[in-house]
Design a protein around this ligand. Structure first.
Ligand SMILES: [Zn+2]
Length: 241
């Protein structure tokens, strides 16, 4: 398949969604997640997934961003929105919902709106969160999920590694688009860090999350396009924390 055709299919696949979702108490889940309640799959949990944010201009911008993230991580997950009015969130699941995609990322409309209007760099925070969730899809589809979860009782390493990958993506984005301010995502991450060290869904402390994201950002700025190598460097970093 030539690259133009592949790109076209990729960008359309991301929004060809009409699906279902679930209870959402954390930002990522595999088949039988330890930290959230997605058992039984999306449909069984009765949450509907939408293919639009409700704003067609915003959809186009997001679709373009997602195409870049998918290219950077060499993955092709499905993507859609859901009503997160009972708890703002976004998450990644290792379940194929949209034909010709692998894995699915679901983004809450409330989280999207909160981030976009929180400050002038809200769009960058949205891109960072999307890259974090796509980072989980990359982990599911590589050896990194097992490497980061074996002998761990919380999701901390998995989450910090996804933050690293998100930072990496934003570094690439900085090279591509010239001007971004990393502060928008840094603030978001800092505010989303937690100190619930023994909770299965512990994401890392605010300081840890900001630190690994900035380290990933630096690697992105070197324009390293070897995602396996980048992910390995990130894994070695989070193991030291
Ligand atoms: Zn996560």
């Amino acid at each position: 398949m030539n690259s133009n055709r592949r790109k076209f299919l990729k960008s359309t696949a991301l929004f060809s969604a009409a699906l279902f979702c679930s209870h959402h108490t954390c930002a990522r889940a595999k088949d039988a997640p330890r930290a959230c309640s997605l058992r039984g799959g999306l449909q069984a949990n009765g949450i509907e997934m939408f293919k639009t944010s409700g704003n067609s201009d915003l959809d186009r911008s997001i679709n373009l961003e997602l195409t870049h993230v998918a290219d950077s991580f060499n993955i092709l997950p499905g993507f859609g929105f859901y009503d997160d009015s009972d708890g703002k969130n976004a998450f990644a699941i290792n379940v194929d919902v949209i034909p010709n995609t692998k894995g699915t990322v679901v983004f809450g409309i409330g989280l999207l709106s909160d981030q976009l209007f929180r400050n002038e760099w809200g769009g960058l925070a949205v891109a960072g969160i999307m890259a974090h969730e796509f980072g989980h899809i990359f982990q599911y589809q590589s050896t990194f999920y097992d490497l980061l979860t074996q002998s761990e009782t919380t999701d901390r390493l998995l989450e910090l590694h996804a933050d690293y990958l998100a930072g990496y993506y934003l570094g690439l984005k900085r090279l591509r688009s010239g001007e971004i301010d990393i502060k928008g995502f840094l603030d978001s991450l800092y505010l989303m860090g937690d100190t619930h060290f023994n909770s299965p869904s512990h994401h890392g402390t605010p300081i840890e999350r900001a630190k690994v994201m900035l380290e990933g950002y630096k690697i992105g700025l070197t324009n390293n396009n070897n995602i396996q190598q980048v992910a390995e460097t990130g894994m070695n970093l989070v193991f030291t924390l």
